[in-house]
Every structure is written in structure tokens, then in C-alpha cells.
Design a protein around this ligand. Structure first.
Ligand code: HEC
Ligand code: HEC
Length: 562
């Protein structure tokens, strides 16, 4: 379909912005409480269609709040469908203006955080079932939860969908079939959704009023203690150095140096970030020696008070490779980030344990490192300020459970657990998705790991006192998930390696498969663990893996904001 026709449809559906396409008369805005727009660049580029009224409000633009990604998506659509000409620097400045003046407060992004961080999440929006069904038929409901609008704007958004994507009526928006003649017509799902959204996500909220009143650029310069976790690679620790870009107060350059606790050379990443709305970190970073570690995106939320930020670094054709990141500001005192290994078996002798952190005491005695009763430090192996490696003995009668660590005036809650034996393993994530690819579309890979658990003091599985033992070494295989009789998915969907890394097969019809079917299907990723000690029973765990088709249609024009 040509864009011209789409625009005609849009005009027909009556969703045009005030004054859009010259012939339209400015549309009055019934809702009050919109935002006055003063930015000369926005006024210069947008009022041609988004007419300005006598109070300084612009048609449509004054009545929305969104994340930087939300604003970026609109600006991209203005460029692609409405022919708005913008230099990249102008587009960035406009996104920043709106994200700062009409953004979301920290409390308002919590629910949709998985969407900003591009996490595969089986989140369900339980506050309203009709909205959930209607508005996640094509894209994640997260996209909806990250916007605030007047009722009129929620209506126009739905009208825009119907104009651009007429199928949305049949797919989700309208009730199917005629209503029975003897009863009043039931409302269409889209009308129910609009009612709910207008109430649940209005333009003006106490959260935004409070946040915007004192919002200021986040002073993030300095050194941060970095800790992270990547499924399949484990924990990482390091340091993040943040410097301000000259002449700005919300743009930064970054340098992260970290290593995985499981070993390997240190990784150095350099990047850039913009912090929108005083709390939304959006960055990109690259590390030179490794291509796989290049061009990561960074989405972090800065906690009020500027002492901590957390979120996800990610990459991949479907953003599927990610590291969960926490950064804590390094002050004058000692700080502990992580202890590796974090599970210590009763009766263990001369076990090397490394405490990672910042400003850790360089000269320290064995008694100054306190793991609690039953764990004695026999020797300090190494101290560098960022880490202390020690050897410990674990009493065979040491109390089982979680314990805090104290060292050099710093502490870490639940730093280690002591346990007797691994009682079971669990494959994480419990359900996963991959997409065939490699011919016309990228592959979506999937990673698994096997986590050990001890039943804890009560000796019962799946209770609150269960003890996490971390990643255990297992052997991996795929097994058929018997939903379709004799479909042999396990032969076609792809391969899992001994690190739990699943590579899906090629996209497109497979001549070797009955019916020339695509290489899609459902399987189990199965982990098998042999505990140490003769005669110990092997432990097994499994997770569901759905291998599906590529995303042929993304339903989205944009990625993370610049
Ligand atoms: C040539 C006319 C034209 C210009 C210029 C224009 N727009 Fe639009 N805008 C539209 C039309 C038509 C719509 C309604 C259809 C749509 O949303 O795509 C719209 C809708 C919007 C929306 C609402 C989308 C939603 O539902 O969230 C935003 C935001 C927006 N424009 C931003 C801008 C910004 C920012 C500028 C200036 C950089 C701009 N527009 C300039 C025509 C224009
Ligand atoms: C038929 C598929 C479909 C359904 C159903 C659907 N959407 Fe969308 N939605 C899209 C597409 C495609 C886009 C991207 C439009 C663009 O920016 O080019 C989108 C974009 C959006 C955006 C971002 C637009 C912007 O400019 O800020 C929001 C918010 C949104 N949808 C909300 C909803 C809500 C609310 C519902 C339920 C009432 C819904 N969607 C149902 C297809 C759908």
C-alpha cells in the first residue's frame, strides 16, 4: 500500500493532528492540563501541522507523555509518513526536549521496565483483562504502559491504529460478530480499553507533578562499582567510570572495565550515554577486541539520590543477549559487590573464595574477614583493593543457611550460603524462545544455565528457606516435547552445546521434513548433573524451549533512543 493511501485513510478516520495536511481546521482540545511548548526548534518544525493555540499549547503534542523511545518512535513516523525534514541532531534535540518536559517519573516506568530493557518477559497486565488482550495482540503491552495521555489522546491513538492498520479492527479492536438483537450491544474491546487507559494512565499524575517540579540533570560523574550477571557466563564485577561531555549536563562518556568471576581476561568497554528525564540512562558501548561484545545498548534506571543505577546491557538480532547490571557509586569507604563462589559446602577444606568490591583493605588479617560461625579464614592469598582472595575451611557442623559478610567496615547481605548437598537442579530460564533464521532473517539464540539448590534447614524442596548454590556443571541435551504426534521436532529445530547455548536451525521450508515444514517446534532443554561422590544419583532438570518463526513484521519503527 502506498503511503499516500495510508494518509488518506488516516484523514478518513479523522485522526489528523490539528491542522495537519493544511486543509484541516485546528481541532479543539477538550482536555485541559496540557503542557505549554516553548522550544523554538519544536515550534519551527511542528506547528505547521500541530497548530499552536493562544495559550501556547500545540495540537496533540501538548497532551502526551512518553519515554525517550516513545518520542523517538513518533518523530521517526513524522519523518517517514508525514514528510517532516529533520537533521539527525535536530531529531535528537526534539526527542530530548519532549522526554525531559513530558516524560515519565521513576515510579511511572516501573511497570513497563521490561519493555525499556528489551527483556523477553511473560508479564501479564492484570489490572484490566480486556485492555491486556486488546493491546498486546501485535506488540508488547509494555509499549502501552509507558505512555500517559488525556482521554482524547488515547482515543486518537486507537483511531491512528485503525487508520494505518485497518486489520486491527478484526484482530483485536472490535467485538466479533453481530450483537444479539434482543440485548443492548456490548461495548467494543477498544472502547473498554480506552476507558481503562484514560483512567489508569492519565496525562497528569501526582508522580509526574512531584518529579518534574524538582527534576534536574543527574550528576553521575565519577566511579561506580559494577556488578552484573549474564545467563550462561555468570557474575561479572568491575568499575564504571563516568565523565561528563563538555558543554552538556546530561551526556556522558563511559569506560567500564570488568571481568567474569569465572575467569578470563578483563573486558574494557567504552561508550556514550544520555540521561533523559533525570533518571533514564540510554547508552551504547563497544569493546574492541571482541566483535561479539561490540555495539551493546544500555538501558539503566538511575535511583533517586544518584547512588545507584540498574538495568540491562543487551545486543542481538532480537536483543536476546543481555547482562543484568547494577552500578553503585564508589565513595570513600570500602564496598563489597560479590563473593565467588557464593555457596560453601560443609566440611570444605582450603577453599579459595574471592571477595570483589572497591576500597577493600589492602592489608588485612584472617580474623578481619568475617563469614560468621563455622567458616574460618586460614590464609589471605591476595589483596588488591578491588578484591581479596582468601582460603577458608568450613566446619562440618557449620549452621546451614545464608550469611552476611563483614570486611573493612563494609558488609554484604546474604553474601554466601553454607550447605550440605545439592538436592536438585533447576534449568533457567524455565521457558525460553528462539527463532529460526540465518537465510532471510536473523536467528534468535537462546541460553540456559543449570542452578543447584539445597532444600535448606527444613529439608523440604521449594520452600522459602531453599538455598541457591549457583551454577552447577551439567551436560545438555534436547528432548522431544510431545505436543504433536511424531513431528520429530528435536531433529530439526537446532542444536544445544555443552554450555547450554542453543543455536536454532535455518529459516524457510525444509525439503527434508514432511510437508516441507519450517524448522520450528517445541522441545525441552535438559540438564543432567552428576554430584561428586561415588554412587550419588544424577540430578536432572529441564525447561521448555519454543523454536518459532522469525518476526516477519516488527510492529515497531524504532529501537532505543539515541
Ligand atoms: C506535515 C504534517 C506534520 C508535521 C510537520 C508534524 N506532524 Fe506530527 N503528526 C502528523 C499527523 C498526520 C499525525 C497523526 C497521525 C500519526 O500519529 O502518525 C501526527 C501525530 C503526531 C504525534 C502523536 C502520535 C501519537 O499518537 O503518539 C506526535 C507525538 C507527533 N505527531 C510529533 C510531531 C513532532 C515532534 C513534530 C515536529 C518535529 C511533528 N509531529 C510534525 C503530522 C505532522
Ligand atoms: C493490529 C496490531 C496492533 C494492535 C492490536 C495494537 N497495536 Fe499499538 N501499534 C501497532 C503498530 C504497528 C505500532 C507502530 C506504529 C508506528 O510507530 O509506526 C503501534 C504503536 C503503538 C504505540 C506507540 C505509538 C506512538 O506514537 O507513541 C502505542 C502507545 C500503542 N501502539 C498502543 C496500543 C494500544 C493502547 C492498543 C490497544 C488499544 C494497541 N496499541 C493495539 C500495532 C498494534
Amino acid at each position: 500500500m502506498a503511503w499516500g493511501r495510508i494518509l488518506t485513510r488516516v484523514a478518513g478516520a479523522g485522526v489528523l493532528a490539528a491542522g495537519a495536511l493544511s486543509a484541516q481546521a485546528p481541532r479543539p482540545q477538550p482536555d485541559t492540563g496540557g503542557f505549554v511548548i516553548t522550544d523554538p526548534l519544536v515550534l519551527g518544525k511542528c506547528v505547521r501541522c500541530h497548530a499552536k493555540d493562544s495559550t501556547g499549547h500545540l495540537g496533540r503534542l501538548s497532551y502526551l507523555r512518553k519515554t525517550p523511545e516513545g518520542w523517538e518512535a513518533s518523530v521517526r513516523r513524522m519523518a517517514s509518513l508525514s514528510g517532516v525534514k529533520l537533521e539527525p541532531a535536530e531529531a535528537r534535540a526534539i526527542v530530548k526536549y519532549f522526554a525531559n518536559r513530558q516524560g515519565l517519573a521513576p515510579a511511572e516506568v516501573k511497570l513497563g521496565r521490561f519493555e525499556m530493557e528489551r527483556r523477553a518477559d511473560d508479564f501479564r497486565y492484570t489490572a484490566d483483562a480486556v485492555t491486556e488482550r486488546t493491546c498486546r495482540a501485535c506488540h508488547s503491552i509494555g509499549r502501552v504502559l509507558l505512555q500517559r495521555r488525556t482521554r482524547n489522546e488515547w482515543e486518537l491513538l486507537v483511531a491512528t491504529h485503525r487508520g494505518y492498520y485497518p486489520n486491527s479492527d478484526f484482530q483485536a479492536f472490535r467485538r466479533a460478530g453481530p450483537s444479539s438483537p434482543d440485548s443492548a450491544p456490548a461495548p467494543h474491546p477498544m472502547d473498554q480499553a480506552i476507558n481503562h487507559l484514560a483512567r489508569a494512565f492519565p496525562l497528569q499524575t501526582p508522580e509526574w507533578t512531584a518529579w518534574s517540579a524538582t527534576m534536574r540533570p543527574a550528576p553521575l560523574e565519577g566511579s561506580w562499582l559494577l556488578s552484573g550477571y549474564e545467563v550462561g557466563r555468570g557474575a561479572l564485577v568491575g568499575r564504571l567510570t563516568v565523565s561528563k561531555v563538555a558543554g552538556t549536563d546530561d551526556e556522558f562518556t563511559t569506560r567500564a572495565v570488568y571481568r567474569f568471576a569465572s575467569g578470563g581476561a578483563p573486558v574494557m568497554r567504552e561508550g556514550k550515554a544520555v540521561v533523559y528525564t533525570g533518571h533514564q540512562w540510554r547508552g551504547r558501548s563497544s569493546s574492541t577486541p571482541s566483535v561479539a561484545d561490540s555495539a551493546w545498548r544500555e538501558v539503566l534506571s538511575v535511583e533517586p539520590g544518584w547512588q545507584e543505577m540498574s538495568g540491562r546491557w543487551y545486543r542481538g538480532g532480537y536483543d536476546e543477549f543481555g547482562i543484568d547490571i547494577t552500578a553503585r557509586r564508589i565513595g570513600g569507604g570500602a564496598a563489597v559487590a560479590q563473593v565467588v563462589p557464593s555457596a560453601l559446602k560443609r566440611g570444605g577444606r582450603d577453599v579459595e573464595v574471592t571477595v570483589f568490591g572497591a576500597n577493600l583493605p589492602r592489608s588485612t588479617s584472617t580474623s578481619a574477614i568475617d563469614f560468621g560461625p563455622g567458616i574460618t579464614v586460614s590464609r589471605v592469598v591476595r589483596t588488591t583493593g578491588d578484591e581479596i582472595a582468601v582460603r577458608v575451611n568450613v566446619d562440618s557442623a557449620a549452621p546451614i543457611g545464608r550469611r552476611d559478610l563483614f570486611v573493612g567496615g563494609a558488609s554484604l547481605k546474604d553474601a554466601v550460603v553454607t550447605y550440605d548437598k545439592a538436592d536438585r537442579i533447576r534449568v533457567a530460564p524455565q521457558s525460553n524462545m528462539a527463532r529460526v533464521g540465518g537465510v532471510r532473517f536473523p536467528k534468535q539464540f537462546a541460553r540456559f544455565e543449570a542452578l543447584g539448590f539445597a532444600d535448606g534447614p527444613d529439608g523440604k524442596p521449594e520452600t522459602a528457606d531453599d538455598l541457591p548454590l549457583g551454577v552447577v556443571p551439567v551436560s545438555w541435551s534436547l528432548e522431544e516435547y510431545g505436543v504433536t504426534y511424531k513431528d520429530d521436532d528435536v531433529r530439526y529445530v537446532g542444536q544445544i552445546d555443552q554450555k547450554g547455548f542453543f543455536t536454532p536451525a535455518l529459516d524457510g521450508p525444509n525439503d527434508a521434513r514432511a510437508g516441507h515444514r519450517n524448522n520450528i517446534g517445541d522441545v525441552y532443554a535438559v540438564a543432567s548433573y552428576q554430584p561428586p561422590g561415588s554412587g550419588a544419583r544424577p540430578l536432572k532438570g529441564r525447561a521448555l524451549l519454543v523454536v518459532t518463526v522469525p518476526l516477519y513484521m516488527r510492529w515497531e519503527p524504532a529501537r532505543t533512543a539515541p
